[in-house]
Design a protein around this ligand. Structure first.
Ligand code: V47
Length: 415
């Protein structure tokens, strides 16, 4: 380590395997010495995961985009009012038909998340998961974000734990991240966020972990949060992991500003984060979250190019085949909708890493010592047709005229 670098004391700690403090994490986020941060994160990752980079052959399914938070969740471009153009709610048969793409693909995981529909009850989801398990017994179900689980508990007048038990009985093996954006009360007030508070989000995941249901954790970055907000968010995740050990992977989520009210208020279009900030978030996440086994890069958000570079910035997990992605493509992501199994393996190999196909619980499904490119392809047969086309919202705001309490001199995500 170059003794003249301002990050030298942090580097010493990382090399000794010591836990980083809040001040260390802040210094990392404020530093522009990206290569040192990346090198340290790479060291921390290699210690845990060697050269292995895993991925799941997964398929995202979004059963509905109707959401009671359509008017208030200002950074989301996916949600619709029930009668709004583009609103959809799949019947169970439609979900099963969509999932049938898994028959021609090596799919091992369904990633199922959607809007908070005012009328879809717990039974809809339980029947969906049971039906999917009956049709695809070898495919894991990773389903429902914390905010969806809290919503179901509310409309069913059940405890969060009872909802989780019902989901687990129906075949859910893990929970995705998402559903709370950045835990900071100040940032939440700035964007008038009505989703779960940080404490509520953590309580849902704590309850899941107590039932033996592991989960992922995320942080939305690049909107109005400060560097201190990011650090506090990471420290809250680290503290819960110390308590339960139930998080499998951490995934930083890069904010996308198109077709949502926040992007309009901030005057941003296209990509809101920079490649620099995307790599820094991966690396700092790896360094601070010393107790979470995996850090995943989500190529639909940050591009396959940045994701490939992220593999030497502390990341050992790459988002999988996806098949059809709506949440980020509605918000302006210009990335492909899906990557083939071969493309994923090739991306990992291209970074000099060892690809490992995993299931939802990070058990090895396949390694690739004898892999010959082009032998297997995923999905060209996936869902097609009008119901799967992205039709952007006509208006970011459901009801015009409201002024968001976004600060005038808003914090730049990259600061
Ligand atoms: O909670 C919504 C985010 C999340 C935008 O666990 C946005 O493997 C950027 O959690 N720009 C849902 N992000 C997705 C999610 C996720 C994604 C990939 C993998 C996993 C996993 C989980 O998407 C939401 C919210 O944080 N989001 N709108 C937007 N405009």
């Amino acid at each position: 380590m170059d003794g003249r670098s301002a990050l030298a004391p942090i580097a010493d700690k990382v090399e000794r395997g010591e836990r980083l403090t809040r001040d260390d994490a802040l210094a990392l986020f404020h530093s522009n010495d990206l290569l040192t941060i990346g090198r340290l994160a790479d060291l921390a990752n290699r210690r845990r995961n060697g050269d292995r980079v895993c991925f799941a052959a997964n398929q995202h399914i979004n059963p509905t985009n109707v959401c009671v938070l359509r008017n208030t969740c200002v950074f989301c471009s996916f949600a619709r009012m029930p009668q709004e153009d583009g609103a959809y709610t799949r019947s169970l048969d439609e979900v099963f038909a969509e999932a049938d793409a898994a028959r021609d693909n090596p799919t091992r995981e369904f990633h199922i998340v959607g809007g908070l529909h005012p009328k879809l009850r717990l039974a809809y989801y339980v029947d969906m998961f049971r039906g999917l398990k009956a049709r695809h017994p070898d495919v894991h179900i990773k389903a429902l974000t914390a905010v969806e689980i809290a919503h179901l508990a509310r409309i069913e007048q059940l405890s969060v734990t009872d909802v989780l038990i019902a989901l687990q009985d129906a075949g859910v093996t893990s929970l995705p991240g998402g559903g709370a954006e950045v835990f900071s009360p100040a940032a939440r007030a700035t964007i008038a966020d009505k989703k779960l508070t940080g404490e509520e989000w953590l309580a849902v995941h704590r309850a899941a972990h107590r039932l033996g249901l592991p989960s992922n954790c995320t942080m939305l970055y690049g909107h109005v949060e400060t560097m201190a907000d990011r650090v506090d968010h990471l420290l809250a995740l680290r503290a819960l992991q110390d308590e339960t050990g139930g998080f499998l992977t951490y995934i930083p989520l890069a904010y996308h500003p198109d077709h949502n009210e926040l992007g309009e208020a901030l005057g941003r279009t296209g990509t809101a984060t920079s490649g620099f900030d995307d790599l820094k978030n991966i690396a700092v996440g790896r360094l601070v979250l010393d107790n979470i086994p995996h850090v995943k890069t989500h190529w639909p958000m940050v591009t396959p190019f940045i994701s490939q570079v992220a593999l030497t910035f502390g990341c050992d997990d790459l988002e999988g085949t996806v098949v059809f992605e709506r949440v980020y493509h509605e918000a302006g992501a210009g990335t492909p909708m899906w990557l083939s199994y071969d493309q994923i393996v090739g991306l990992i190999r291209g970074a000099g890493k060892e690809p490992v196909e995993r299931d939802s619980l990070y058990q090895t499904v396949r390694t690739f010592e004898d892999w010959v490119p082009g032998q297997r392809s995923a999905r060209p047969e996936g869902p097609e047709g009008p119901t799967f086309a992205i039709a952007h919202r006509r208006r970011a705001q459901a009801r015009g005229g409201r002024k968001l309490p976004v600060l005038s001199g808003v914090v730049d995500g990259a600061e």
